[in-house]
Design a protein around this ligand. Structure first.
Ligand code: ATP
Ligand code: MG
Length: 311
C-alpha cells in the first residue's frame, strides 16, 4: 500500500519504471511500501521505501532537467563527505535511469523533533550545532561544496522592499526599511567562513530516533560559511514553536556561534528576514502550497528577534 504524498509531491509511481527497477535491483529486493513523510515544500519524490525483506531506505528523485536533481546530487556529495559523527544519515547510493536521478539515503525512523519550550529537543539540537561548528570543515567536505554557490550568502529582500515598499508593510517595519536594507547589505562581505553549514535548519529537516536522538536531514543547501548561519536560522524556528523572542535573543547573545561574530549574526538575520518578507509576497510557486504562509510567519518571527538585536 502507498501512502499518498502531500499535495504537490511526486509519487513513487511517477518515477519511470526503468529507474524503479534499477533501484530495486541495487537495493536487493522489491519495494512493497512507499510512504512520504510530512514536511518540506519541495515537489520531488522524497519518500521512505520499505523492501520485501523489511529494510527501509529514504529516496529523493527528480527528472534531470529539474533543479532539484542538481540539489539532490549536491546533497549526495555532501553526505559522502561529512566527517564521521556528523548528525547526518549515510549516503547509500546514486542511481540514474530514463532521464531521472535518485539519491538513496539511510532511513531514519522517527518524528521531527519538538522545538517547543517544554521539550528537551532544542537543547540537544544546540549541542549538535556546537559540535558541528566547533572546528573547521574537513577538506573532503570543503571540496564537495566548493562548486556550489552558497544560498545563504545570497539571501536578501530589504533592498527590493525599500525600492518599492508594499502597501501592507507594518509601520514598525516600514520605519526601519533603510536600517534593515543597510544591515542586509553588509551580509555578503561577512558570509565567508570555513565551517560546515547545513543551510536549512528547521524541525522538518530533522528526524528524532529513539536510539540516537536528533539527526539533521536535507543537506541540499549545505555549504561552508561562518558558524553563525545555522544558529541564526534555527532561532526564528524556536520562536515559531513558542519560545519568547527575548529568550531566543539572549540565547544568541550567549551562544559561541553567534556571540563571537555578532555583526555577522545580525546581518545574516536581517538578510534571512528580508528574504522571507519579500518572498512571502510573491505568488505561490507550483507544487509548494504552504511555502508563502510559512515565509510570512517566519518573517514575523525574524523581525521579533531583530528588534532585540538592533535596539
Ligand atoms: N533519511 C531520512 N529518513 C527518514 N525520513 C527522512 C530522511 N530524510 C528526510 N526525511 C523526511 O522526509 C522529508 C522530506 O525530505 P527532505 O527534506 O530531504 O526533502 P526535500 O524535498 O528536499 O524537502 P524540502 O521541501 O524541505 O526542500 C523531511 O521533512 C523528513 O521528514
Ligand atoms: Mg526538507
Amino acid at each position: 500500500m502507498s501512502v499518498l504524498p502531500p499535495v504537490g509531491r511526486l509519487r513513487w509511481t511517477d518515477v519511470p519504471a526503468p529507474l524503479r527497477a534499477r533501484l530495486e535491483t541495487a537495493l536487493g529486493a522489491p519495494v512493497t511500501n512507499v510512504s512520504t513523510p510530512a514536511g518540506g515544500f519541495g515537489h520531488q519524490l522524497a519518500a521512505a521505501l520499505t523492501l520485501a525483506d523489511g529494510r527501509r531506505f529514504f529516496v529523493k528523485a527528480a527528472p534531470s532537467g529539474d533543479p532539484l536533481t542538481t540539489a539532490n546530487l549536491h546533497e549526495g556529495a555532501v553526505l559522502d563527505a561529512l566527517p564521521p559523527g556528523a548528525p547526518a544519515p549515510d549516503l547509500v547510493g546514486i542511481h540514474h535511469g530514463a532521464g531521472w536521478t535518485a539519491v538513496v539515503i539511510a532511513h531514519l525512523d522517527g518524528p521531527h523533533p519538538d522545538l517547543a519550550p517544554d521539550s528537551s529537543d532544542p537543547d540537544q539540537i544546540w549541542g549538535l550545532l556546537d559540535k558541528l561548528t566547533s572546528s573547521p570543515a574537513p577538506t573532503a567536505y570543503t571540496e564537495a561544496v566548493a562548486t556550489t554557490p552558497s544560498g545563504a550568502a545570497g539571501l536578501h529582500g530589504w533592498d527590493h522592499l525599500l525600492a518599492d515598499p508594499p502597501g501592507d508593510l507594518e509601520p514598525d517595519v516600514r520605519n526601519r526599511l533603510r536600517e534593515l536594507a543597510a544591515l542586509e547589505a553588509a551580509w555578503p562581505a561577512l558570509a565567508h567562513g570555513d565551517h560546515i553549514v547545513h543551510g536549512d535548519l528547521r524541525a522538518d529537516n530533522m528526524v528524532r530516533e529513539d536510539s540516537r536522538g536528533v539527526t539533521f536531514v536535507d543537506w541540499a543547501h549545505a555549504t561552508t560559511g561562518p558558524a553563525c548561519i545555522d544558529a541564526v536560522s534555527l532561532a526564528p524556528q524556536l520562536i515559531l514553536a513558542g519560545h519568547s523572542p527575548q529568550t531566543i535573543a539572549r540565547l544568541l547573545d550567549e551562544h559561541p556561534a553567534t556571540a563571537t561574530a555578532p555583526l555577522a549574526a545580525t546581518a545574516f538575520l536581517a538578510a534571512l528576514t528580508g528574504h522571507w518578507h519579500r518572498n512571502s509576497r510573491q505568488p505561490a510557486p507550483p507544487g509548494a502550497p504552504g511555502l508563502r504562509t510559512y515565509q510570512h510567519r517566519a518573517a514575523t518571527a525574524g523581525m521579533a528577534l531583530l528588534a532585540h538585536r538592533v535596539n
